[in-house]
Write a protein that binds this ligand. Structure first.
Ligand code: RB5
Length: 145
């Protein structure tokens, strides 16, 4: 898969670990995040990754900030984005199976790196189940107008 990743200053170290891990799993990963601890604004990064997932040639995205919340809220403002914050493996699997989330997000101040890797693996390996879940996703996108 071709994956885009983004992070703010709270998540540089975890982003680097996750990038290495995603490559180990055999995927291509492109970094739109920051690489220094200098304070930055996560909405710009969430939006950039959101646009990339919807408009460019990426299969999915990964977003990391302190909690995963701010950066995913920003990404979810982009039409077509379904970004889901996950702090456990079960949610990570289900957001793909049921919600067909095209971005997974988590918090560097919330999850440790081993759990973060397990979350990413569960998400990447899961498959969207379609059917009634697609109907509900269509309903969500109708809300976007
Ligand atoms: C940055 O300090 C922090 O607010 C950000 O990383 C994130 O947690 C926001 O939701």
């Amino acid at each position: 898969m071709k994956i885009v990743i983004g992070n703010d200053h709270a998540a540089v170290e975890l982003k680097n670990e996750i990038m290495a891990y995603v490559k180990e799993l055999g995927h291509e990963v492109v970094n739109f995040g920051v690489d220094t601890n200098a304070s930055c604004n996560y909405p710009q990064i969430g939006a950039r990754v959101g646009h990339a997932v919807v408009e460019e040639d990426y299969d999915c995205g990964i977003l990391i900030c302190g909690t995963g919340v701010g950066i995913s809220i920003a990404a979810n403002k982009i039409k077509g984005v379904r970004a889901a914050v996950c702090s456990d493996v079960t949610t990570a699997r289900l957001v793909k199976q049921h919600n067909n989330a095209n971005i997974i997000a988590f918090g560097a101040r919330i999850v440790g790196s081993e759990l973060a890797k397990d979350i990413v693996k569960a998400y990447l390996e899961a498959e969207f189940m379609g059917g009634r879940h697609q109907t509900r996703i269509d309903m969500i996108h109708e809300l976007e107008g």
